[in-house]
Design a protein around this ligand. Structure first.
Ligand SMILES: *[C@@H]1O[C@H](CO)[C@@H](O)[C@H](O)[C@H]1NC(C)=O
Ligand SMILES: *[C@@H]1O[C@H](CO)[C@@H](O)[C@H](O)[C@H]1NC(C)=O
Ligand SMILES: *[C@@H]1O[C@H](CO)[C@@H](O)[C@H](O)[C@H]1NC(C)=O
Length: 519
């Protein structure tokens, strides 16, 4: 009879704050807004939304990826009409990389952001959400290449939690009141770890600030135009609305990408997508169990079609593999592979995480995508990484910095380079470093999914966790970094020095003049 709910209700009435405590006792209404059509991003969001539904909350998800077997309380509102970015990137695009590639990538993201914003604002899925009666307790949205969805959150008047499936972008720090420090935080698009030489820091400083300003000058007004077209001109700029982001969940972990200074409203959830292991298919299990010399896994992720590799590169890999004692499993999207050696197995799809954690797997050849990189960190497997675009460079640099990875540049792929990179990664040093990272990746005070659910409930129950919001969010960056103080100090110091110089010149100058006069 005195169930916790009744007790809470009683308490609530006694304390005269019925709404909040009754809400605290019941399931939350949670909305997920995921306009970007990249499936690898959704692999970070889905476990959180599903976990909330399993915890009994009422979850509505607007995305391109409806769940085929949704759990109870998980309702999809599918977006349609934008090509999903899976298996869609042709490797020829990466043959020629230059310094300007980062900026080309920015413009690619900017265009995608505009398209996904436009499509989502016009979608039937969003109309259904806006028509639904009752309000949401919390909105969870991706913050990536557009802040368009902040307009929707403003309309729905609910607290916002942002998710980022990669490390934070340069434009994400200010809104959380976090310091943006290019001396040790590598920009997402740069191939650097936290240890940079002077040239690297100079380039990182330039890239970080340039991208931040490009975002403010291009992406924010583009989103504003579409949001205001949809909801009217009294909606504030999304550049202002993002300051209302209550929390930021980011797919990184210090064990891999290095510790960063962030306020407590930024939470690291790296590896949240890694599920309990499932039994392997029998054929794979026997290949792995019987590999006395170990196994090398080659997989370049969901976005890149391996059979668009040039013939020379493909043959280079094949010839290198033929010289190895190890067995090699390659995610290869074709029935056949010319000159396939006997120690090589090709598969169109493979359970990457379960293979990686098999004790016989010695090296993972990867494109440095964050999901695969996290799985390698989790299972403790050294990586030969071939980064191609986006955050893959910064992930690879982190692997190298931690001593568990080596780079094989895409343009260098050939028999001897592949051989050399694999030999290097098979060294015991790499194995030990990978195991050390794996230990820290595993041992946390609380599982990532429980951490996420705890904070979502906290944000909902406190109406946006206002106590967690740093006052720095409202400061200009000029004040935030004390540049005004430095400026005043410089003026005061300058005046003191100037007056000393003036005094010295005057008295000594005049005494010298008097001396000559007397002589
Ligand atoms: C948004 O989409 C509509 C129809 O698909 C198109 O006519 C319009 O030009 C687009 N707006 C922008 C800003 O891209
Ligand atoms: C900021 O979020 C709170 C809820 O957390 C909401 O009440 C408020 O209206 C939002 N402000 C704007 C400008 O949207
Ligand atoms: C992939 O398979 C198709 C036929 O299914 C074939 O025409 C093509 O040449 C193959 N490509 C490679 C790189 O093996």
């Amino acid at each position: 009879m005195w169930s916790p709910r009744v007790v809470l209700l009683f308490l609530a009435l006694a304390l005269g704050q019925p709404d909040e405590l009754v809400e605290a006792a019941g399931p939350l209404k949670v909305l997920g807004l995921f306009p970007h059509p990249g499936v690898s991003h959704f692999h970070f969001f889905h476990p959180i939304m599903k976990g909330l539904a399993e915890a009994g909350h009422d979850v509505s998800v607007v995305s391109h990826f409806p769940d085929k077997h949704p759990v109870a309380h998980y309702k999809d509102f599918p977006l349609t009409g934008m090509d999903k970015l899976t298996n869609s990137v042709d490797l020829k695009f990466f043959e020629k990389r230059t310094f300007y590639s980062h900026f080309q990538e920015f413009f690619l993201l900017y265009e995608w952001g505009k398209q996904s914003c436009n499509l989502t604002l016009r979608s039937e899925a969003l109309q259904q959400i806006l028509r639904r009666p009752g309000r949401f307790d919390v909105i969870i949205m991706e913050q990536f290449n557009t802040d368009c969805m902040m307009g929707v959150a403003h309309k729905l008047q609910a607290p916002v939690i942002a998710l980022s499936s990669c490390v934070m972008m340069p434009w994400h720090y200010e809104r959380m009141g976090a310091p943006l420090i290019p001396s040790h935080i590598p920009a997402l698009f740069m191939a650097q770890s936290q240890h940079m030489d002077f040239g690297g820091r100079l380039a990182n400083w330039f890239s970080t600030h340039a991208l931040n300003w490009m975002y403010k000058l291009l992406s924010v007004p583009a989103a504003d135009a579409m949001v205001q077209y949809k909801f009217g001109h009294d909606v504030p700029s999304v550049g202002e609305l993002v300051k209302n982001t209550s929390m930021f969940f980011v797919n990184q972990h210090y064990s891999l990408s290095g510790p960063k200074v962030t306020p407590p409203n930024v939470i690291e959830l790296g590896g949240i997508h890694i599920q309990k292991s499932k039994p392997l298919p029998a054929d794979l299990q026997s290949i792995l169990d019987n590999a006395e010399e170990g196994v090398i896994l080659i997989s370049w992720g969901s976005m890149i079609r391996a059979n668009s590799l040039s013939v020379a590169k493909r043959d280079g890999i094949v010839r290198a593999v033929a010289r190895l004692k190890q067995k090699v499993i390659w995610k290869w999207e074709n029935e056949t592979l010319p000159n396939q050696p006997s120690n090589m197995y090709i598969m169109k799809w493979l359970p990457q995480r379960d293979i990686l954690c098999h004790p016989n797997v010695k090296v993972f050849m990867s494109h440095g995508g964050l999901m695969g990189t996290s799985e390698a960190a989790y299972c403790g497997v050294p990586v030969v990484a071939t980064p191609m675009y986006g955050d893959q460079f910064v992930n690879t640099a982190a692997l190298v910095e931690r001593g568990m990875g080596t780079i094989l540049n895409f343009e260098d792929i050939g028999e001897n380079t592949v051989m050399r990179a694999l030999k290097k990664a098979l060294d015991k040093k790499f194995h030990d470093a990978a195991k050390a990272v794996s230990h820290s990746f595993h041992h946390r005070p609380q599982q990532a999914l429980h951490t996420a659910i705890w904070w979502v409930e906290h944000v909902a129950h406190t109406g946006g966790a206002p106590l967690l919001k740093p006052s720095a969010v409202e400061m200009s960056r000029f004040v935030y970094y004390s540049l005004d103080v430095y400026a005043v100090l410089a003026v005061v110091l300058g005046s003191i020095i100037a007056s000393w110089v003036w005094l010295l010149r005057h008295c000594c100058g005049s005494s010298a003049a008097q001396k000559t006069k007397r002589d």
